[in-house]
Write a protein that binds this ligand. Structure first.
Ligand code: GDG
Length: 737
């Protein structure tokens, strides 16, 4: 039976070394908190760093044993690797960049080297655990290279990837010196999940721009691979928070305060004044200084709340070895000091400040006893605290103020959404939150809580797994049609047994790769050798059939004994004969269409016009890819009005829009050719839309092969032009013996 392997930097538990013992503690942080419950319910293995640095084999052995009980498996890291991979590349390069703090991003070669090394270690650990066809779910920005390493080493595995932080816009991502490697690393996954549509959109845009791969809605096509990108907003273990909150709220407040000694001042205060809660890891993305400034402004603007409200500021220590985090701590503490210094009275502190993490029970205490939650990150992938706070509001008492820069704001529209950079906006939001009627609060909370209950962490994980399963099914359907070694043998055997064969090959994208400028795609020596050998085999007719203009085709192949069909069939040249036009066509229409195409060239840098005898072509391979796609749509719309009553049609090929005379297509040309050259086996290989005409017109038993796999009526598919050439070599070897 297939198993699920989860991989993330941290495990759901942390191993701490005390003097003599090893202690197992739950780890903090959104990813592990959220996934822990799902892991417990499923027969999964979780691979990660246990948070302990030790060279001692004995200690490592003990850690392994402790982790076994938790269904976890360790990747051990040295101090140097932790410094360079974790504090370095993960938290001083990727984290600031992906959260739009470009000024904090450090680009250090040694960080990158360590990152690659640790990603390799993680991939090896996964591989050592993974059985045939297992599913692997890789998490977050520390492991962006793992999917590709896995895909190359173990193509049988089903690989999902989820990013818990934002994926930035291309303008920011492109700054990263290792952007190509990072994108390739992620594309090893079969399914990539993001919290919001914006992050998914930014990722797809980077893939298009950096790799030039075809994208259709949420599907990236890359050779025979299909990579799916989708949105899965992470949920929480709603029931757990709800039940715990219920349990706490049924106890008298005095008992609660006794149980949580260090919170008693806070809890007892709830009877006298309003409490507002702020919880985050102490991270510059969370916008804590802005929040404090907004609170100060609130106290100044609404003095009637002096002594009537306290802000409980819980900041959880995080990444304490990274410089920015140390600076941030001083900044926050100075601000807290100055606000308390300015406003505090003998009976009242405006801010109750904690710099530590609290046990789960106390966390729930804090959630349940607060009137307002003030969560104003400057950027946040999701923000689970916001969801957890709502889950505990069983009496619908609390109001959530949430930054619109948090992914969670997309789902929590009923909350008071604020721009965290606008402190006036935040100060007014606090006032508004304190003045909602009971009824308003109830309605807001009920709506959001219902949704959070429905799409909890289990629904989230199950949804992701179901999508991964679907991509798997689609992939196996593709695999059946692929020219694998077995299929290749059976096809070449058929060709060998035939009395007469005709072979049709498209050129660009089929026998040769694409170049930015079409005239650069000159055939190389190796290709000539293959084609010469094929055309020399007795009873074998070779036809190159292309949309290329006749002049170029003549320059490249005119001196060879091949049959040539150019411009989709407008011209043909039989072996050793001269070129013949299909029929004389009126091409006066070009004068109307050319200025339209020229206006597109002017407005779309990098695009160009190609003129063929019976057609005009607009190429946009070299343009900004998103602009190119947009313009291609516009162009088709503009031109379709102009071609009415002319015998013209619009064809879309690979990054080209071609306007040409109707009835001239590769299918008609092939049919005409076959009427003079009979064959008992026909082979046709092509890569784009225009080759579909060819596949369609050939007899049912023809061997039709599409380079790339989607939307084709061809019977088989093959990955790319390199694989085509390999397949042709196999044919040559088989037919020559
Ligand atoms: C990353 C992304 C995304 C916090 N303090 C204590 C404590 N916590 C728990 C909370 C919550 C978690 O830590 C924090 O999660 P967030 O989502 O708010 O933030 P990040 O840690 O930055 O998480 C984030 C998340 O991944 C998931 O994809 O939402 O955007 O940055 O669960 O309850 N738990 C306890 N004591 C504390 O003092 N017990």
């Amino acid at each position: 039976m297939e198993r699920l392997i989860i991989a993330s930097n941290r495990l759901p538990v942390n191993i701490i070394q005390n003097e003599k013992t090893l202690e197992v503690l739950p780890s903090a942080g959104g990813l592990t908190t959220g996934l822990r419950s799902y892991h417990k319910q499923n027969d999964s293995v979780w691979i990660g760093w246990p948070g302990i640095i030790s060279d001692s084999k004995i200690i490592q052995q003990k850690v392994v044993q402790k982790l076994e009980a938790e269904h976890c498996s360790a990747v051990f890291l040295t101090e140097e690797l932790v410094a360079n991979y974790y504090d370095g590349f993960s938290n001083a390069t990727l984290w600031p960049l992906f959260h739009y703090f470009t000024q904090y991003a450090v680009f250090e070669e040694k960080y990158w080297e360590a990152y690659k090394q640790v990603n390799q270690l993680f991939a090896e650990a996964i591989i050592s655990q993974a059985k045939q066809d297992d599913t692997v779910w890789v998490h977050d920005y520390q492991l962006l290279l793992v999917p590709q390493i896995l895909k190359e080493a173990r193509p049988d595995l089903h690989i999902g990837f989820f990013l818990h932080i934002p994926f930035p816009s291309y303008e920011v991502f492109r700054v990263l010196p290792w952007r190509d490697e990072i994108i390739s690393g992620m594309l090893g996954a079969d399914l990539l999940g993001f919290h919001t549509y914006d992050y998914a959109r930014h990722f797809i845009s980077s893939v298009r721009r950096l790799k030039g791969y075809e994208v259709e809605f949420n599907k990236i096509r890359f050779e025979s691979r299909r990579i799916f990108v989708d949105v899965f907003p992470m949920g929480i273990d709603f029931q757990l928070f709800h039940d715990k909150s219920y349990e706490i709220q049924t106890k008298p407040i005095q008992q609660r305060s006794k149980e949580h000694r260090d919170l008693d001042k806070y809890l007892l205060a709830t009877t006298e004044r309003k409490l507002m809660l702020s919880i985050d890891r102490l991270d510059y993305t969370k916008g804590i200084p802005n929040r404090l400034r907004a609170f100060k402004l609130f106290l100044e603007k609404y003095p009637q709340y002096l002594e009537k409200i306290s802000l409980v500021l819980l900041t959880v220590p995080s990444r304490t070895d990274v410089e920015q985090y140390q600076n941030l701590r001083s900044e926050v503490e100075k601000l807290v000091g100055s606000i308390n210094g300015k406003f505090a009275t003998m009976q009242w502190s405006p801010i109750i400040y904690f710099y530590r993490s609290v046990p789960f029970d106390q966390l729930i205490e804090l959630y349940t006893s607060s009137d307002v939650a003030l969560l104003t990150p400057l950027r946040d992938g999701m923000n689970l605290v916001a969801k957890e706070y709502l889950a505990t509001q069983i009496n619908h008492k609390g109001v959530l103020i949430l930054s619109e820069m948090a992914g969670a704001s997309k789902e929590l529209g009923e909350a008071i959404l604020v721009n965290p950079n606008n402190i006036h906006n935040v100060a007014d939001a606090i006032y508004k939150a304190l003045n909602f009627s009971e009824n308003e609060k109830k309605q807001m909370n009920e709506n959001m809580r219902n949704r959070l209950q429905r799409y909890d962490v289990f629904a989230w994980a199950n949804d992701f797994m179901a999508s991964l399963y679907k991509t798997r099914k689609r992939l196996s359907e593709y695999q059946i049609r692929k020219v694998s070694p077995t299929v290749s043998t059976s096809l070449t055997t058929r060709l060998k047994e035939a009395q007469k064969r005709v072979l049709f090959f498209d050129y660009d994208g089929t026998l040769q790769k694409f170049f930015d400028a079409p005239h650069d795609a000159t055939p190389d020596e190796n290709l000539y050798k293959i084609l010469d050998a094929l055309s020399a085999i007795p009873n074998t007719t070779l036809v190159l059939i292309s949309g290329r203009d006749k002049e170029t085709f003549n320059k490249w192949f005119g001196h060879k004994p091949y049959n040539l069909i150019a411009e989709h069939g407008a011209w043909r040249k039989l072996q050793n004969e001269s070129w013949v036009a299909k029929e004389t066509e009126n091409v006066e229409w070009k004068e109307t269409i050319r200025p339209v195409l020229e206006s597109y060239v002017d407005r779309t840098p990098g695009s160009l016009i190609e003129e063929k005898t019976f057609s005009l072509v607009w190429h946009y391979r070299k343009t900004d890819i998103e602009l190119g796609i947009l313009r291609a749509l516009e162009l088709k719309e503009d031109v379709s009005g102009l071609i009415i009553n002319h015998n013209l049609e619009i064809l879309e090929g690979s990054k080209v829009v071609e306007i040409k005379t109707i009835g001239i297509n590769k299918g008609a040309a092939a049919k005409q050719f076959l009427s003079k050259h009979n064959a008992d086996v026909i082979l046709a290989i092509g890569d784009d839309w225009t080759d579909e005409f060819l596949f369609k017109e050939l007899p049912q038993d023809a061997i039709t092969i599409k380079v790339g796999a989607d939307n084709t009526i061809a019977r088989y598919y093959i990955d790319n032009y390199i694989e085509v050439r390999k397949f042709l070599q196999t044919i040559i070897q088989t037919l020559q013996t």
